[in-house]
Design a protein around this ligand. Structure first.
Ligand code: C2E
Ligand code: MG
Ligand code: MG
Ligand code: MG
Length: 289
C-alpha cells in the first residue's frame, strides 16, 4: 500500500490513478441509472446492397443529461467489465425486435434486415437462446430479418458454447455476421468452423486499401475466402467511391459507411429508405429510353 519498493511500485495514493478509478466507478453508476431511466437509444446505419438500402446496423448511444450524446466506445467497455452489458444487450435486442416487427407492416421496409451487436458475454450466457426465442415470439418479429454481429472475442475461451448457441438460433432463422473481421487472432482456416452467414471486413482495411497494397490484398483474400465458404461479405467504414469500387471489384456483396449515410435516428433511417426505394420504384416504372 504505497510502500517504497523501488522501481515499478504503484503508489496507492497516486492522484491520477485514484481519479481514473473514481471516474470509472462514477461512469458505471451513471450507466446503471441510464438503463433504468431510459437514457439509451439506438441509431441506425444503412447497409447498401445492389445500390439499395437492404437493412441497417443498430448502434447504441447514451443521451447523458449533462454530457450530451455519448458514443458506445466510451461506455461499452465499462458495461463489459461491470456486467451491465447483459441488461444493456437485452434492451438493445428488445428494441431491435420491436423495430423489425414495425417494419414488417410497411411494404417498403418489410424486407429490411437489422444487425445487432452482441457481446461475447451475452452469447456465453446459459439463457441466451431461450431469452431470444421468447423475445422473438413476444414481438412477432421475423427471425430471418434479425442478424447478430459477433466479434472473434465471442469464440475465445469457450468456443463450443458460442457455436451451440449460434446453431440453435440459426435453426430459428436468425443470421450471424462476424464483425471487425481480420483484426482478431483467429486464422483463416478457423473461419470455416464457425456457423456464419456473413463476414464484415473491418474498417481499418477499408480505410487504407487505396494507399496500402497490403490492405488491398488482405481485403481481396478475405472476400474470396468467405465467398468460397458460401458467406456474404460486407465492408464497413466505406467513405470514398473509389473504396466502394475496389471492394465491389473483389466481390464484396454489401457496403456500410459514411459514403452512403451516417448512423441516424429511426425516423431518419426510414425516410432514407423511403426516398431511395420510392425513387428506384418510379425509375423502374419508367419506360427505357
Ligand atoms: P462496430 O460494430 O464495428 O460498428 C461500426 C462503427 O463504425 C460505428 O461506430 C459506426 O458509427 C462507425 N462507422 C460507420 N461508418 C463509418 C465510416 O464510414 N467511417 C468511420 N470512420 N466510421 C464509421 P460507433 O457507433 O461509435 O460504435 C462503435 C462500436 O461500439 C461498434 O463497432 C460496436 O463494437 C460497439 N457497439 C455499438 N452498439 C453496440 C451494442 O448495441 N452492443 C454492443 N455490445 N456493442 C455495441
Ligand atoms: Mg457491428
Ligand atoms: Mg465493425
Ligand atoms: Mg469496430
Amino acid at each position: 500500500q504505497g510502500k517504497a519498493q523501488g522501481r515499478g511500485t504503484v503508489h496507492f495514493f497516486d492522484p491520477s490513478l485514484a481519479e481514473a478509478a473514481q471516474q470509472r466507478a462514477r461512469l458505471e453508476a451513471d450507466l446503471r441509472l441510464a438503463l433504468q431511466q431510459g437514457q439509451l437509444l439506438l441509431h441506425y446505419q444503412p447497409q447498401i446492397r445492389d445500390g439499395q438500402p437492404s437493412g441497417a446496423e443498430a448502434l447504441v448511444r447514451w443521451q447523458h443529461p449533462e454530457r450530451g450524446l455519448i458514443p458506445p466506445g466510451e461506455f461499452i467497455p465499462v458495461a463489459e467489465t461491470s456486467g451491465l452489458i447483459l441488461p444493456l444487450g437485452q434492451w438493445v435486442l428488445e428494441q431491435a425486435c420491436a423495430v423489425l416487427a414495425q417494419w414488417q407492416r410497411d411494404p417498403l421496409l418489410q424486407a429490411m434486415t437489422l444487425s445487432v451487436n452482441v457481446s461475447a458475454h451475452q452469447v456465453q450466457q446459459p439463457g441466451f437462446v431461450l431469452h431470444l426465442r421468447q423475445l422473438l415470439e413476444r414481438s412477432g418479429c421475423n427471425p430471418q430479418r434479425l442478424k447478430l454481429e459477433l466479434t472473434e472475442s465471442a469464440f475465445i475461451g469457450d468456443e463450443q458454447t458460442a457455436i451451440r448457441a449460434m446453431t440453435a438460433l440459426r435453426a430459428l432463422g436468425i443470421r450471424f455476421s462476424l464483425d471487425d473481421f481480420g483484426t482478431g487472432y483467429s486464422s483463416l482456416s478457423h473461419l470455416k468452423k464457425l456457423p456464419l452467414d456473413q463476414i464484415k471486413i473491418d474498417q481499418s482495411f477499408v480505410r487504407d486499401l487505396l494507399d496500402d497494397p497490403d490492405d488491398a490484398a488482405i481485403t481481396q483474400v478475405i472476400t474470396q475466402l468467405a465467398r468460397n465458404f458460401g458467406m456474404e461479405v460486407i465492408a464497413e467504414g466505406v467513405e470514398l467511391p473509389e473504396q466502394k469500387a475496389f471492394l465491389e471489384g473483389v466481390g464484396c456483396h454489401a457496403f456500410q459507411g459514411y459514403l452512403f449515410a451516417r448512423p441516424v435516428s429511426l425516423s431518419d433511417f426510414e425516410a432514407f429508405c423511403h426516398a431511395h426505394l420510392a425513387a428506384s420504384a418510379t425509375h423502374a416504372l419508367k419506360p427505357r429510353a
